[in-house]
Design a protein around this ligand. Structure first.
Ligand code: SF4
Length: 337
């Protein structure tokens, strides 16, 4: 697929009404059920949700990594600079993956190959995608290790993944993901396995690299604290759907969906130190048996009769600008904030 097919004037990444399901003899799991978002260059979009909300599956679909069977993209569209990715062949997708859209996974230890040195694993990106010689690829890999602040990069080139700390391994994953200077980076819970200090360092590194190359960043997380620090916009996911979209400022100041209200009330925050934390009652639904009506209704403190029958669309929250809420009663929620 030629570079000419990508139209730089078109949006960087647009996901529209994407649905992914997994089929087994036990039934159909609707992991993603119609999510939409747009990502611009230099922007950080956080996709926020509990585990099982579909946030990682949606990202894997963007990367073309849904194993089929059992997974199937059943509807929707994913366009990158105007090119529909869902229509690409396997080999065409391989050219997009890594070069245009790259991904960092939560668990660096299992994502890295234990029997190759970290330097060789980064260098391989240059050898495969840019056909560089072994010596040229080594130089580029060491440079990339420097960029992600791995001390004594040249000496550590020949070390194996198990010889690095969790934080350093995550830096190596980021180096691999950014080796080909992608336009979009998807970071799936990149700091969850790390302690708080290292988390902050990794997020700062991602922000620094984003500023340097202007890429769009999709940050998949369950951590509202991380979202507040780094994101421009947020899409909150619940049971495979986006239930609220907003700028970070709007989301925290005036949530427009009861689930977001619950998430915000359940975390400690400066200024709310003396307020009692309220965990959200109940647990997320089984995606093979999503409740009828609004999927949040069994847990929703604002639920009424209509909510168990009528499935809310993502309403435009017009009064508050560019945002949406999948709650029939969003004006009331917004009014109470
Ligand atoms: Fe709660 Fe009803 Fe709004 Fe769903 S539609 S979030 S159940 S109030």
């Amino acid at each position: 697929m030629g570079e000419a097919e990508f139209d730089q004037a078109r949006p960087l990444l647009q996901v529209h009404d994407l649905a992914v399901e997994f089929r087994s003899h036990n039934g159909v799991v609707r992991a993603v059920d119609g999510i939409s978002y747009t990502l611009s260059s230099g922007e950080t979009l956080a996709i926020l949700g509990e585990s099982g909300s579909g946030k990682s599956v949606g990202a894997q679909a963007v990367m073309g990594l849904i194993d089929s069977p059992p997974g199937f993209v059943t509807r929707g569209s994913i366009t990158f600079r105007g090119v529909e990715l869902l229509r690409l062949s396997g080999s065409q997708y391989q050219q997009v993956r890594g070069r245009r859209i790259a991904m960092v996974f939560q668990d660096a230890l299992s994502a890295l190959n234990p029997v190759f040195t970290v330097g060789d694993q980064i260098a391989e990106m240059y050898r495969i995608h840019q056909q560089l010689s072994r010596a040229q690829a080594r130089v580029r890999a060491i440079d990339m290790m420097d960029r992600v602040h791995i001390p004594s990069a040249a000496q550590r080139y020949a070390d194996y993944p198990h010889q690095f700390s969790g934080g350093m391994r995550q830096r190596i994953m980021i180096a691999m993901a950014l080796a080909l200077d992608p336009d979009v980076l998807i970071a799936d819970e990149p700091t969850t396995a790390l302690d708080v200090t290292v988390q902050a360092q990794i997020m700062e590194l991602l922000a620094e690299l984003q500023r340097a190359n202007g890429m769009g960043l999709i940050l998949i997380t369950h951590d509202l604290g991380v979202v507040a620090e780094v994101a421009d916009r947020v899409a909150v996911m619940y049971a495979g759907r986006v239930v609220e979209t907003a700028s970070v400022g709007d989301l925290y100041a005036r949530p427009a969906h009861p689930y977001t209200e619950g998430l915000i009330a359940s975390i400690p925050a400066i200024g709310r130190r003396h307020r009692e934390l309220r965990p959200i009652e109940g647990s997320p639904p089984n995606l093979a048996r999503i409740p009828a009506g609004c999927s949040f209704h069994p847990r929703c403190p604002r639920a009424r009769e209509r909510c168990a029958i009528d499935d809310p669309p993502l309403y435009d929250v017009v009064a508050a600008g560019d945002r949406g809420s999948a709650c029939h009663f969003w004006p009331e929620v917004l009014g109470d904030a």
